[in-house]
Design a protein around this ligand. Structure first.
Ligand SMILES: Nc1ncnc2c1ncn2[C@@H]1O[C@H](COP(=O)(O)OP(=O)(O)OP(=O)(O)O)[C@@H](O)[C@H]1O
Length: 219
């Protein structure tokens, strides 16, 4: 079996305030390989967002380890985590995270502009990414001119356009009706398999677990 690309071992996260200590995430193991979709499920407050933040290097565990290949990222310097996010991660947001004044094409182009990809290559890669999510004909539309499901497709195209090795999504279907939610999960599952991305996706909705390679239940 291919080796795990991203691995968490016995990670926990506690937050301490004057009111006391809250255990946001109990000891959790996770491993995801290229082409796999790991679904995180569990009730509200069970630690799904906390775990995704740790995997994204946006927060650090209280105990436990996180590896990218052979490299520990839980204790890596912040400068390395910035590179890790830039070079390896695509992130899909619950509320889509699109810039309202930019068209679908321009939104998808943003990560490539930041990465300094030349204009001609940007055009090709944005067209390819919009095509992958079934929006080849909608690139000129603003987010407000698209349905919620279409906006999330733009969000997925933007996450994949930089060809990340890892895709993280925190409740990407929470703002969609059940038909659109199912369509987005099917799309994510097929893209993960076809693009060979290692994906970790959280959801409240147990029916989404059908698309998973592995399911991790928190809480
Ligand atoms: N910065 C923080 N300080 C204190 N407590 C926190 C912090 N972040 C999260 N928590 C607590 O940790 C627990 C887990 O939160 P988290 O947001 O990870 O859950 P979740 O499973 O993603 O929930 P939801 O499904 O509602 O998004 C909750 O009890 C939350 O209140």
């Amino acid at each position: 079996m291919t080796r795990a690309l991203l691995r968490a071992e016995a990670v926990t996260r506690e937050f301490t305030s004057r009111a006391g200590t809250v255990r946001a995430l109990g000891a959790t193991d996770l491993a995801v390989r290229p082409g796999e979709l790991v679904v995180l499920r569990g009730p509200s407050g069970s630690g799904k967002s906390t775990l995704l933040s740790l995997l994204a290097g946006l927060d650090r565990p209280t105990s436990g380890r996180i590896h990218l290949d052979d490299e520990r990222i839980d204790d890596a310097p912040e400068s390395r985590l910035v590179e890790y996010r830039r070079d390896h991660l695509g992130i899909v947001f619950q509320s889509f995270g699109l810039l309202p004044v930019l068209t679908a094409t321009e939104n998808v182009e943003v990560p490539l502009r930041i990465a300094g990809v030349p204009p001609a290559e940007r055009t090709d890669r944005v067209a390819e990414a919009l095509d992958l999510v079934g929006l080849a004909q909608h690139g000129g539309q603003l987010p407000e001119e698209l349905s919620g499901g279409q906006q999330q497709r733009v969000g997925i195209a933007r996450a994949l356009v930089s060809r990340p090795r890892i895709l993280l999504a925190d409740e990407p279907t929470a703002q969609l009706d059940s038909a659109n939610a199912a369509a987005i999960m099917d799309l994510l599952a097929s893209l993960v398999a076809s693009q060979g991305v290692a994906a970790v996706v959280s959801t409240h909705d147990d029916s989404m677990s059908d698309r998973a390679t592995h399911v991790i239940t928190l809480g």
